[in-house]
Write a protein that binds this ligand. Structure first.
Ligand SMILES: NC(=O)C1=CN([C@@H]2O[C@H](COP(=O)(O)OP(=O)(O)OC[C@H]3O[C@@H](n4cnc5c(N)ncnc54)[C@H](OP(=O)(O)O)[C@@H]3O)[C@@H](O)[C@H]2O)C=CC1
Ligand SMILES: O=C(O)[C@@H]1CCC=N1
Length: 277
């Protein structure tokens, strides 16, 4: 693995949007010095905002940033990835690791556009990475070895859980953890709205909903018990919870979650076919 004397590879984050900023912030939290990270953005106002907030170099040239980098993190929308790869491919130094968070696009798409032998790793992160509570899955391309995966794990160290998967599983991962925070926010919003309907103030209902979902997730994680067991423990015979869960079943909420995840996985496959062909 190439890298400077201090062992910290130089990273270029291409695309400083929601996910690019999350990765930038986690790199700095993981100990990267500000002069080892740079970000490209084509909107100059956003580039300035990131430079001010994080003290890193920002610019608009993907090629210049990639040329200097040991690790190139692609964090643009799937429909822009092809153009960005065409910009950076001619200047990549041998051994530079390319890492992409784009949904759907297969590793073969990157390998076909980058110099032969370029190591590529796909990552599916999620937005709770911003608070160190993310869940990411990583999959290695043909030329990426264990050291490359270990480096990606180091890059993601401050984002939360990181798991290694086979590429074939990434559409499913995208449907569960990539898009999943939106399902949880949907539930939080619905619970808060219900609280308002029942007469609570919006502020109180929101705080209770957030703390309850956070607490339930922490209990599930720490106890290691099956969610059904944890749900049964909340459900007194003839009590309030069984009455509520019967309504969730009657409204097919479980089937709705399954259908939502299937739709997300299918959309991930479509994005790959649409922009990665
Ligand atoms: N958001 C999420 O929860 C997750 C997103 N992802 C993936 O992350 C990637 C980025 O998504 P997200 O951060 O949400 O999207 P954003 O739109 O927030 O970020 C993309 C950023 O890239 C900038 N950009 C566009 N074209 C270029 C270019 N040619 N060179 C440099 N920068 C450019 C955009 O600027 P401008 O807005 O001015 O066009 C924007 O700031 C996507 O591929 C997505 O699939 C993966 C997992 C989760
Ligand atoms: O909605 C999207 O396409 C991206 C990928 C996973 C989460 N957000």
């Amino acid at each position: 693995m190439t890298g400077p004397a201090d062992g910290t590879p130089r990273v270029a984050v291409l695309g400083g949007g929601v996910m690019g900023e999350a990765l930038l912030s986690s790199l700095l939290t993981a100990g990267w010095a500000t002069d080892r990270v740079e970000v490209t953005e084509h909107a100059s106002a956003r580039a300035e905002e990131l430079a001010d907030r994080y003290g890193v170099r920002t610019g608009s040239s993907n090629a210049q940033a990639a040329e200097r980098a040991d690790v190139v993190l692609v964090a643009v929308k799937p429909n822009v990835v092809g153009a960005v790869l065409d910009e950076v491919a001619p200047v990549l130094r041998a051994g530079t690791l390319v890492v992409s968070v784009a949904a759907g696009l297969p590793l073969a798409f990157y390998e076909g556009r980058l110099p032969d032998g370029t190591p590529v790793v796909r990552v599916m992160p999620n937005t709770p990475a911003v608070v160190g509570k993310g869940a990411s899955a990583i999959a290695a391309g043909r030329h990426a070895d264990d050291d490359h995966l270990a480096l990606v794990e180091r890059v993601l160290a401050a984002t939360g859980l990181v798991v290694r998967v086979a590429e074939k599983d990434l559409d499913a991962v995208t449907a569960i953890s990539g898009s999943g925070p939106a399902y949880a926010f949907y539930l939080i919003d619905a619970m808060a709205e219900a609280g308002v309907l029942l007469g609570l103030t919006r502020d109180l209902a929101s705080r209770l909903a957030v703390a309850t979902v956070e607490g339930a997730a922490a209990l599930a994680a720490q106890s290691g018990e099956h969610p059904v067991v944890l749900r049964e423990r909340v459900s007194s015979p003839g009590g309030t919870t069984v009455a509520a869960v019967a309504e969730l079943d009657a409204h097919a909420v479980r089937a709705g979650v399954v259908a939502a995840a299937r739709a997300a996985a299918e959309r991930s496959r479509q994005l790959g076919a649409q922009h990665g062909g």
